[in-house]
Design a protein around this ligand. Structure first.
Ligand SMILES: *Cc1c(COP(=O)(O)O)cnc(C)c1O
Length: 354
């Protein structure tokens, strides 16, 4: 969180404008600053990332089937299903857990309208491979970039790739507005549509053109976003320091794999997942042992979304063996901006001893 005085200073002008929501001044200012920071052609703020993703799917008028990954948070799959589309699950790569491009083409049918991959943990997808397949088959590409705030690929903000990207500014993400999110996109005509879609489908005071919902971000969240954006450089630096400390200590432990570096990709250090592969304990045994030592970890993501109770009857037969394997063997270690060297060392020592 930003210093309290900074936030109080930021919100005090709301008592002058008396404008609380509906794309008011702080909202517009944050939209502008984030567009610049993320190097997006165009950007719209939303009350959360999920709402931004659903609105993007509606704005592109997608139909039929969407090829996506099951190794993600519930939101990605829910957004597709809530929009009346059918998710088609593509397996992931075992090295960096993003969509395996070699598995995409066999899943394309005449009903396929888009690909929705996820830059999971801030790892960039194979944007060139996905882009090539999409243009060959005339498919839209919407990236779930909820984890990828500030990631750059070959010197360009990650929003430069695909037709659009969704960012999440939830409190647990690298950069937050308490709850919040954004849609970054390229086409000008999407601008009007997305503005309407985040406001009940209204295009005028008495004109409702689209079936939609409410996705507007208010001034208090925008103020939190303006404050946190001033500190984002320092936030990333501190997390980089912690991640590099983890890297150095974990590289010597048998049975633990960490995410490989990606040439040309500037990381954001948002998560620190490890993959167990020949370690002494199973993932769940390790998690329990760490919990006994006061170390909280997350099975992130477990299970793959196609195996959720609400999806498994229809999609549980999805052929995604790598996603299931990763989901059974991955564990996210503690990582937060203020984590100390001693805390990182304590976690690493426990992993070594166990
Ligand atoms: C957090 C998250 C979302 C949803 O974002 P919200 O802002 O919480 O709605 C979607 N996809 C992924 C991969 C996420 O981690």
């Amino acid at each position: 969180m930003p210093p309290l005085e900074e936030y109080v200073g930021e919100i005090s002008s709301v008592w002058d404008t008396r404008m609380l929501t509906n794309a008011a001044p702080k909202h517009r200012k944050l939209e502008d600053k984030l567009k610049t920071y993320l190097e997006a052609d165009r950007l719209k703020l939303f009350v959360n990332g999920h709402s931004a993703l659903e609105s993007l799917i509606r704005a592109f008028g997608l139909t039929g089937e969407v090829i996506t990954t099951p190794f993600t948070f519930a939101s990605t799959t829910h957004a597709i299903v809530n929009c009346g589309l059918r998710p088609v699950f593509c397996d992931i790569r075992s090295d960096n857990f993003t969509m395996d491009v070699a598995c995409i083409e066999p899943l394309i049918t005449e009903k396929t309208s888009a690909i929705i991959p996820v830059h999971v943990y801030g790892t960039a997808c194979d944007v060139d491979g996905i882009g090539k397949i999409a243009s060959k088959h005339g498919l839209k590409v919407i990236y779930d970039a909820a984890h990828a705030f500030g990631v750059r690929v070959r010197g360009r903000g990650i929003a430069a790739y695909g037709d659009a990207s969704m960012f999440s500014f939830h409190a647990t993400k690298l950069y937050h507005t308490v709850e919040g999110g954004a849609a970054a996109f390229k086409e000008e005509e999407m601008d009007v549509r997305l503005s309407a879609l985040r406001d009940f489908g209204m295009t005028g005071p008495e004109r409702v053109e689209y079936v939609s919902g409410n996705g507007k971000m208010d001034e208090f969240r925008a103020a939190m976003g303006l404050c946190n954006l001033r500190h984002i450089g320092e936030t990333i630096q501190k997390r980089k320091h912690a991640c590099e400390r983890y890297d150095r200590q974990l590289s010597g432990i048998n049975g633990i794999r960490t995410l490989p570096a990606q040439p040309g990709v500037q990381k954001n250090y948002s998560y620190y997942p490890i993959l167990l592969n020949g370690y002494e304990l199973s993932r769940d045994e390790l998690r329990a042992e760490l919990a006994r030592r006061g170390i909280t970890t997350r099975r992130y993501f477990y299970p793959p979304t196609c195996d959720f109770p609400c999806y498994r009857r229809e999609y549980g037969a999805a052929a995604v063996p790598v996603a299931r394997y990763i989901s059974d063997n991955v564990l996210c270690l503690p990582l937060y901006t203020e984590i100390s060297d001693e805390e990182v060392d304590y976690v690493c020592a426990a992993l070594r001893r166990l």
